[in-house]
Design a binder for this molecule. Sequence first.
Ligand code: KIV
Ligand code: ZN
Length: 515
Amino acid sequence: MSRESIRIFDTTLRDGEQAPGCSMNLSEKLTLARQLEKLGIDVIEAGFPIASVGDFEAVRAVANSLRETSVCGLARTPDEDIDRAHQALEGAVRPRIHTFIATSDIHMEHKLRLSREQVLAEVERAVKRARAYCDDVEFSAEDATRSDWAFLLEVFGVAVANGARTLNVPDTVGYTQPEEYAALIAHLRENVPGGEQAVFAVHCHNDLGLAVANSLAAVRAGARQVECTVNGIGERAGNTSLEEVVMAIKTRPDVYDGLDTQIVTEEIYPSSRLLASTIGVSVQPNKAIVGDNAFAHEAGIHQDGVLKAAITYEIMTPQSIGRVSNELVLGKHSGRHAFRERLTELGFELEGEAFQTAFRRFKALADAKKIIYNEDLEALASDAAVQIDERFHVEEVTVLSGTFATPSATVALRVDGEPCKATALGIGPVDAVFKAIADLTETKSELERFQVNAITGGMDALGEVSVSVREGDRRVIGNGADPDIIVASARAYVHALNKLEWHKRHRGASEPKGI
Ligand code: KIV
Ligand code: ZN
């Protein structure tokens, strides 16, 4: 007997990317959306089309590109919002319009300045209009968990009566508790007029660290759609973490009796890594499921147990979420074929020059380093995935630093193919390198964030650096990887500057991969 399926609605590209430091451009969203489709997501919320031209274009590109997964656009209740969402979704095989309005007294009084009657009228108009465009309409009562329960019955009743078939009950401010939320879901399921025609959905924020617990409690109370994000990214403390909800349901069939998801769990880890390298925000080491330490057994007694029988301390296997073991995977004698196969397993589809660049760098790395880990390959691949004509290219980096020296750096770049060199002093070696690069490139941009990850263990770890750079209202992320962290920093900074240059030269053009 097949188990009843919980729909997984992914909002990484909408609620997730609203979080500071998590924004993505069109090509990054498209790459991630394709990975989410591979992951088996039921509905991808690709953006909020009325919010900006960029959001509109991103939803449109995702809608035009995905052929399996349902693609959703968010809209408030005004006609222009709904129309814009519809336009963005025109190319989707399975479009969904998701409309919302706040229903708590707090929001209605202070934010919307609308009465209950006015809100009900908005719901009716918006859902009706959305339904005129597509069959699949979701309605959300924003701040539902601080709304009056009797009013929620009315609101959802109007939404169903006008054709909404998914009713979402957001815990917008991360306020609810598992028992309370479960009781609310059960109450709504039993009492919303026409509620049996709809799927109840849950959308939780993590302000009190309860987003996953609340979502799971709601599932046990009958919710059949969970809204979540990869790595739990999202506004403030984040949204429900997709990987935690999915693996809880999979690991405890005894608790979530008869329920399952369509998620291809082996794609969880590649999705997490892809997102982290795209936005330059890595997950905390002890993050459940996808953190670096999630499967690491340090204590002797645990190691002994795991060696005797993994089940002693492992409730799921790393392989089940697509974490291939951290062994030597490729060496300097490996050829293009093996390299390409491994990249594909890790979620990277590199073609043409991007593939050749990655392969050349892999060979150089294999010469410099004894062991090549999967993480090394991921870093190389995400670096090489950038298919832009480079205005600036790092040729050489030399630094002098230490306790007795004022840090200085000499950097040789090619700028438009011409070699040039500059030396600069700095507070530290990275600062000196960045000053020399800024001098050579004459950039007007500001460095907003600099993050270093030693992404593989051991003394010969490959360092990955991510920088966030802003010029005017354009913000870009640059990534760089190298066994030498200073060189990785230079690459990351130059990568970001190349992206800014690309934007200056191609204003308004659609973006290539990696921009
Ligand atoms: O948190 C929230 O209430 C939302 C809605 C738009 C669903 O993100
Ligand atoms: Zn939200």
